[in-house]
Design a protein around this ligand. Structure first.
Ligand code: 5AD
Ligand code: FES
Length: 347
């Protein structure tokens, strides 16, 4: 297999046939790997230059009705110390973020039914009223289409909902039977139809994940036409059924970031906190493999350790301002710059 040739074709056409994709996902030497990152960076810089977009993450509740086997805030984890932020707390976090230069906030929580649609709409409207130039992203799970429509009408423009894995069998290995990939994909289509910029994504190295599953995900994501694709390594959490499973690797994640960039040149692609957790310079390496977004934490310091999706999560002891400055420094250290910008998808 001539990997450089396959990478060149992918670079020029964004297309790759299954046999080539399987080969690309199976093995590669260090020289080809470096070539893959170089091409991914090239595509990214052609469209987004050296800009890195910031998303300020506000984790407003860790209550969740679901029981995903991988997740530290699953309902059956009775050791999780649960919290909910009030409307005022959340707006305060958004204001702080605005002052620091964030022009996107991501409101994320477990699937917490105690917030009504009206509560979510009130939140979105309150933040929008004070900061019309801020893009609001929601990441609050599976809802009815009518609910998604209400949030959109209130001013939310983006929605993150990773498919986690597109393969029904594999989905069933990661989730209890109440959850299905069919419903997840329905939600994603509903969001797209309403007009959201939609984000999907997967975890890398989840138990039972095979090359075939990753291929299915890569083609699904390209076909769907996501605006954002969030990927990070799976990391076990000690109080979940997956406590003894192996974590995904840095290399596999970087490799996939680069392939995703080449298959989806314009996509908004974060170097995630999970990537920063498995390696101290994971996020920098993610950017150098083709990512163009980072998502520093804006949650109040007092609750950060409680939003533990996986063990060892970084940035749980810092103030928003520290995280922001730290991220600026990290990006400058590799020749990139965080910008004060909504960071919309460029067509
Ligand atoms: N390891 C890595 N990522 C995780 N997520 C949830 N649990 C874990 C874990 N144990 C990711 C999921 C989810 C996102 C918010 O966090 O992909 O969509
Ligand atoms: Fe949070 Fe570095 S980004 S401490």
């Amino acid at each position: 297999m001539n990997y450089k040739q396959v990478i060149d074709t992918l670079y020029e056409t964004t297309k790759i046939v299954p046999d080539d994709l399987r080969a690309l996902l199976t093995s590669m030497d260090a020289e080809d790997e470096a070539y893959l990152y170089e091409k991914a960076r090239d595509v990214r810089e052609r469209i987004y230059g050296k800009d890195v977009y910031l998303r300020g993450l506000i984790e407003f509740s860790n209550y969740c009705k679901n029981n995903c086997y991988y997740c530290g805030i699953r309902a059956d984890n009775h050791k999780a110390d649960r919290y909910r932020l009030s409307h005022e707390d959340i707006v305060h976090c958004a204001n702080q973020g605005y002052a620091l230069g964030f022009r996107t906030v991501v409101l994320q929580s477990g699937e917490d039914l105690s917030y009504t649609d009206e509560d979510i709409c009130d939140l979105v409207r309150a933040i929008k009223r004070q900061h019309p130039d801020v893009a609001i992203t929601l990441s609050i799970g599976e809802k009815e289409k009518e609910s998604y429509q209400k949030y959109f009408n209130a001013g939310a423009e983006r929605y993150l909902l990773r498919q986690e894995t597109s393969n029904p069998k594999h989905y069933g290995m990661l989730h209890p039977k109440e959850l299905s990939i069919a419903h997840r994909k329905q939600c994603l289509s509903d969001l797209k139809e309403i007009g959201y910029q939609v984000g999907g994504g997967i975890m890398v190295g989840t138990p039972g994940q095979k090359v075939e599953h990753v291929m299915e995900d890569l083609y699904y994501m390209q076909d769907f036409g996501f605006h954002m694709i969030g990927i990070g390594p799976f990391i076990p959490h000690q109080d979940t059924p997956f406590r003894d499973e192996k974590a995904g690797t840095l290399l596999d994640t970087l490799h996939l970031i680069a392939i995703i960039r080449l298959m989806n040149p314009h996509v908004l692609l974060p170097a995630t906190t999970a990537l920063g957790t498995i390696d101290p310079r994971g996020r920098e390496m993610g950017i150098l493999a083709g990512a163009n977004v980072v998502m520093p934490n804006l949650s109040p310091r007092g609750v950060r350790k409680k939003y533990m999706l996986y063990d060892g999560k970084i940035c749980t002891g810092d103030e928003a301002a520290e995280c922001h400055r730290c991220m600026e420094r990290r990006m400058e250290s590799i020749g990139y710059h965080v910008v004060v910008d909504r960071g919309d998808y460029k067509n």
